[in-house]
Design a protein around this ligand. Structure first.
Ligand SMILES: [Zn+2]
Length: 205
């Protein structure tokens, strides 16, 4: 029945804001674990990661854009091929779009130019890779990825099946979805035009 005393309110508020302020640090503290595992495992055993990959069913799924490995190699750089077509991961903090924060524009697939994310879906996560809380409807397909001894959700381009990264949920980011699409910069291109303009340009091409 008693109304909380003023010091109680102050203390509660202080605890709450302290907790909130600490959140990003906690996430940072978690990052090296994930990053270390990915970096250590991926480059040394690229064929192994393919072997245990995402499941054959995923790779056999038919996407509108179908190319053989040789055809992909002809249009992608070596690093783009490794990441988009062999489920690789680029090193953190070095990607072109990690700290990219335009107010408008569209991120498209580096393999097939399909629009994937809008600039206003991007947020600053501090994780070392571009982060988005949502994607353009239908542009991204999710698969369960059981490689590296853990279960993650892989995200690929719905148009060509190119590997984009992974999506993580419930980390406490103050975004509308509390999801983080952790995407390799090299899997994307950026167009400063808005989504509609990017689409009409695509249809002309
Ligand atoms: Zn694509």
């Amino acid at each position: 029945m008693r109304f909380p005393t003023f010091p109680t309110i102050v203390r509660t508020f202080y605890t709450f804001s302290n907790y909130t302020a600490r959140l990003p640090l906690q996430f940072k503290a978690l990052q090296p674990v994930t990053r270390g595992t990915v970096l250590k495992s991926m480059p040394t055993i690229p064929f192994l990661s393919n072997l245990f990959s995402i499941s054959a069913a995923t790779r056999d799924m038919s996407y509108p854009v179908q190319k053989s490995d040789d055809e992909w190699r002809a249009v992608l750089s070596k690093e783009q091929f490794r990441i988009l077509r062999q489920q690789g991961t680029e090193a953190p903090h070095i990607g072109k779009y990690d700290k990219h924060a335009p107010s408008t524009g569209v991120y498209t697939c580096a393999g097939c130019d399909a629009p994937l994310y809008t600039a206003n879906q991007k947020f600053k996560s501090g994780c070392g890779w571009p982060a988005y809380f949502d994607n353009i409807p239908g542009a991204v397909t999710r698969h369960t990825d059981s490689t590296l001894g853990m279960e993650r959700t892989e995200i690929v381009c719905s148009n060509c099946g190119g590997h984009l990264g992974h999506v993580f949920k419930g980390e406490g980011y103050q975004t509308p979805t509390d999801e983080r699409h952790c995407v390799n910069s090299i899997s994307m291109k950026f167009s400063p035009e808005d989504e509609g303009a990017a689409k009409s340009k695509d249809s002309k091409a």
